[in-house]
Design a binder for this molecule. Structure first.
Ligand SMILES: N[C@@H](CCC(=O)N[C@@H](CS)C(=O)NCC(=O)O)C(=O)O
Length: 211
């Protein structure tokens, strides 16, 4: 059985957990705080980041988008990629933007964790612009549609839905729902799926100093 190293707030790990649940693939969930010094994640990923999928033979698969693709090839049913190349590329475009926005949110989170005299407002603003750009882009392309692409769930919805919920966890004061009510409807609908309900992100206490 697979093992998945995960963290409760991680949008990257949540994408993999949702995909495994949607495909009905059993796995053992290992919850870590990757920022603490006793994390086991570096034993499985030279980049020291989770999620990491560990196979029965001990080999590891890491980088969430690569894990998602790996699982898609190894366990194609039910498919979470469209059948046609253009459809796959369209889904991947959503993933790139959603993951980039999550990266920016992580940067913002640690920027405000620095001592006040070490924080950079221009850096924070630059990251926030990326998040705002992603939201604008998703509002334009998804609007209040049921799915990003076609009429079934794909990895695009898992990536975009995961970003939107993570945004609410990390920056509850950010008024994206009021700004983009169509996206709020889209997000709320996705969050009713059992795979999303079972993986609602929860903040963790980070014990060690990171930034
Ligand atoms: N691009 C990576 C990002 C993963 C990531 O940033 N994971 C965080 C937890 S949410 C982590 O493990 N960070 C530890 C570190 O960067 O040292 C992915 O998609 O898997």
């Amino acid at each position: 059985m697979y093992k998945l190293i995960s963290a409760t707030p991680s949008p990257y790990a949540r994408k993999v957990r949702i995909q495994l649940a949607e495909k009905g693939i059993p796995f053992e969930l290992i919850t870590e705080v990757p920022w603490n010094s006793d994390t086991q994640t570096p034993l499985h990923n030279p980049l020291e980041k989770l999620p990491v999928l560990i196979c029965d033979d001990g080999s590891s698969v890491f980088e969430s988008r690569y894990i998602n693709e790996w699982i898609e090839y190894k366990h194609p049913t039910p498919p979470l990629f469209p059948k046609d190349i253009d459809g796959i590329l369209a889904v991947k475009r959503y993933e790139v933007i959603a993951d980039g926005a999550c990266d920016a949110l992580v940067q913002m989170f640690f920027e405000v964790a620095r001592d006040p005299d070490k924080q950079s407002k221009p850096w924070f603003d630059r990251q926030e612009r990326k998040v705002d750009g992603a939201l604008r882009s998703f509002s334009d392309s998804v609007g209040s549609k049921k799915f990003c692409h076609g009429d079934t769930l794909t990895l695009a919805d898992i990536a975009v839905g995961t970003l939107l919920r993570y945004l609410t966890v990390r920056w509850p004061a950010k008024p994206w729902r009021e700004q983009y009510p169509g996206l709020a409807v889209y997000s709320d609908r996705l969050e009713t799926r059992p795979s999303f309900v079972a993986t609602v992100p929860v903040p963790q206490v980070i014990r060690d100093r990171v930034a």
